[in-house]
Design a protein around this ligand. Structure first.
Ligand code: NIG
Ligand code: FE
Length: 411
């Protein structure tokens, strides 16, 4: 199968030489080709360049006059598989309760865990499929999905099997992360170590045996899992070959960043609260910091200090955190927009963060996240727009005309 896109107003995020991620000043550089062509062959990007050099292949042609093409969004942090919703907590927060207060009263993650326990695998699959369809139409072409609303062996496995089923049925790459240590279930309230033992001794071996996860995650936060707890789980997961992607510094800086870097974690996510030591630790390794501005927006908590991170020479990725409690939206266009508006990222930085760096943050660099030879042809074709900066600028509009996965238009 061959598809030739012609007269593309601007082809965005073109990388002639392979690059794993961009950091610091380089994040301001978003290479593009104006008046371009793009040739897709056998689901992959086969060639691209200026229209002057456009080949004359006998194949399906898409006229992209006036429109921009960019790689699909790479959403490296979601909890898209969940049951039901939590709009009651949303109302409680409007009335003055904080996210942490609601959680301490048995709401929050535990609320979602109860709902998930009552939901069959088939129904969970159906609910999740709807969300996945929605975000694909909004331009997401690679995604990471976490467990963590099961909190017992059977329910964690149920979540991970649903993720596996989705990845078998859909043609976008899906990465699965085991987040058994998302919260301590009620029955272990007085015995957190008992639950950690379940995570390490009961859940991990089964998950590894069934190959249900690519990564491990821990909610490393005051009131959830300490540094010691987190390290135990990271080490256990390492023995099964599962690298870490961690929830750290959402409400407090307790040293999770340093721990992650020490263990070569692939990413550290949230980072709303950062101290000098965290910055220093980040500069020591290749762990990708990931900001989740949708969560800051929805909970009204501080935004990740993106300017300081990038101006320190570090990389940054953007992800949605799509989940029922702290960000019930997986719209990456809005994430990119919020990054520009609230975190003062330039459109170039935000697009790099949501494509190239997002791919790295889920181990998919080299496969998605750039217009590069051999990458999957996972593409966003916009409507007629004046420039790529119009995407974050025009924050309430859907500017996507078509989405392509492996060169096939998503219907
Ligand atoms: O990334 N902070 C931890 N986990 C999720 C929220 C989970 C929930 O409230 O359901 C997050 O924000
Ligand atoms: Fe999260």
């Amino acid at each position: 199968m061959k598809v030739l896109f012609k007269h593309i107003k601007e082809l965005v995020q073109v990388r002639e030489t392979p690059i794993r991620y961009v950091a610091g000043e380089d994040m301001k550089v978003l290479p593009t080709i104006k008046n371009a062509y793009l040739l897709v062959e056998d689901s992959k990007i086969a060639a691209f360049g200026s229209m002057d050099l456009c080949p004359n292949d006998d194949c399906e042609v898409v006229d992209a006059t006036g429109r921009i093409i960019l790689p699909t969004w790479c959403d490296s942090h979601t909890h898209l598989v969940y049951a039901g919703n939590r709009e009651q907590e949303f109302v409680q927060r409007i009335q003055g309760k904080s996210y942490e207060e609601i959680a301490s009263l048995g709401g929050g993650i535990l609320n979602s865990a109860t709902l998930l326990g009552e939901t069959s695998e088939e129904d969970l699959y159906k609910q999740s499929k709807q969300r996945l369809n929605e975000v694909i139409r909004l331009g997401t072409g690679a995604i990471e999905i976490k467990s963590g609303y099961g909190l017992n062996v059977a329910a964690e496995l149920k979540m991970l099997r649903v993720i596996k089923l989705l990845s078998e049925e859909y043609s976008l790459p899906i990465r699965a992360t085991f987040l058994g240590a998302h919260a301590v279930p009620l029955e272990y309230k007085e015995n957190k170590q008992g639950y950690i033992d379940v995570v390490i001794n009961d859940m991990l071996p089964l998950i590894a045996k069934e190959k249900l996860a690519d990564y491990v995650d821990v909610f490393c936060e005051q009131g959830y899992f300490s540094l010691t707890d987190t390290e135990l789980i990271i080490r256990a997961a390492q023995s099964y070959g599962l690298p870490a992607k961690l929830h750290v510094n959402q409400f407090n800086s307790i040293g999770g960043v340093g721990l992650a870097v020490k263990h070569d974690a692939l990413s550290v996510d949230h980072l709303e609260v950062m101290n000098d030591e965290d910055f220093e630790e980040l500069s020591k390794g290749d762990t990708m910091p990931v900001a989740l501005p949708g969560c800051s927006y929805f909970l009204g908590i501080p935004y990740t200090p993106a300017r300081k991170i990038i101006d320190s020479g570090l990389p940054l990725a953007l992800a949605s955190d799509f989940n029922p409690g702290s960000c019930p939206s997986g719209n990456m266009n809005r994430v990119v927009s919020a990054a520009c508006i609230k975190m003062k990222m330039l459109p170039e930085e935000a697009i790099n963060a949501a494509t190239l760096n997002g791919a790295y943050a889920m181990g998919l660099d080299g496969e998605v996240g750039a217009i590069a030879i051999g990458h999957r042809a996972n593409l966003i074709l916009t409507k007629e727009i004046p420039s790529y900066s119009f995407i974050p600028y025009s924050f309430g509009s859907n500017l996507i005309d078509k989405v392509y996965l492996n060169g096939n238009e998503v219907k």
